[in-house]
Write a protein that binds this ligand. Structure first.
Ligand code: ADP
Ligand code: ZN
Length: 211
């Protein structure tokens, strides 16, 4: 069973790429961002606790997020492999993840140097409130404005896709998350991919890495 870890700044394309890989390879996608937003949407106890944290662009505490991930990574749920999207984001999370089931591990760092590219992507992004599909008013518009191509759900802006929260997410990313890339480099499993180019090109590069 393979574990793929996708790294990258907010807006680097982790969600889009992991969604495509999930379908293409029959791997399970585990997006902690999606899981935590589900908690918020369902007004669960966890959801109530983390709502304002997410809206400010800060990290949810390690124990909450690790608990959520542990529930997902079970051999019953995962067959061929799984893709981590948005986890780990701290060294504590990285160490926890290394204890979870996997026979082989590949870390892929989706690299986008230019913050302007990131901010523009995030500001024009909309997400399906039903299936989580990602569209972009500029780069990848839906066929019908405001409606998901895949399931007909309603497309919404994420509450943390505003300039203030984006700046904070980028700061947290640079300060806390980016340094753990070294951890995977030292493990000898890190691959860097330029993610400022088209989704098609990025997928091609990832295909080569996985083969
Ligand atoms: P981004 O577009 O910033 O990569 P995600 O959808 O991955 O966003 O995550 C959205 C928010 O959910 C984060 O800003 C953070 O508050 C919370 N979150 C998601 N994954 C984690 C994690 N592994 N550790 C802590 N907080 C997380
Ligand atoms: Zn949808």
């Amino acid at each position: 069973m393979l574990r793929i870890i996708l790294f990258g700044a907010p807006g680097a394309g982790k969600g889009t790429i992991s969604g495509i890989l999930e379908k293409k390879y029959n791997y399970k996608k585990i997006s902690t961002g999606d899981l935590i937003r589900d908690e918020v949407r369902s007004n669960s106890i966890i959801g109530e606790k983390v709502r304002s944290v997410i809206d400010k662009g800060e990290l949810v505490s390690d124990d909450i997020i690790i608990e959520i991930v542990k529930k997902r990574i079970t051999s019953e749920y995962i067959s061929e492999g799984y893709i981590m999207d948005g986890f780990p984001r701290t060294i504590i999370q990285a160490k926890e993840l290394s204890k979870m089931v996997a026979d082989r591990e590949v870390a892929i760092y989706l690299k986008v140097e230019d913050e302007k590219v990131i901010i523009n992507r995030l500001l024009s992004r909309v997400i399906c409130n039903n299936c989580g599909a990602i569209f972009n008013a500029k780069n990848k518009p839906p066929k019908k404005e405001g409606i998901c191509d895949i399931c007909g759900g309603i497309l919404e802006k994420r509450t943390d896709d505003n300039e203030g929260a984006i700046r904070e997410r980028l700061r947290v990313y640079r300060e806390i998350t980016e340094p753990i890339i070294n951890y995977y480099e030292d493990k000898g499993v890190l691959n860097r991919v330029d993610a400022s180019i088209s989704v098609r090109e990025v997928l091609k590069k990832i295909g080569e890495i996985l083969n």
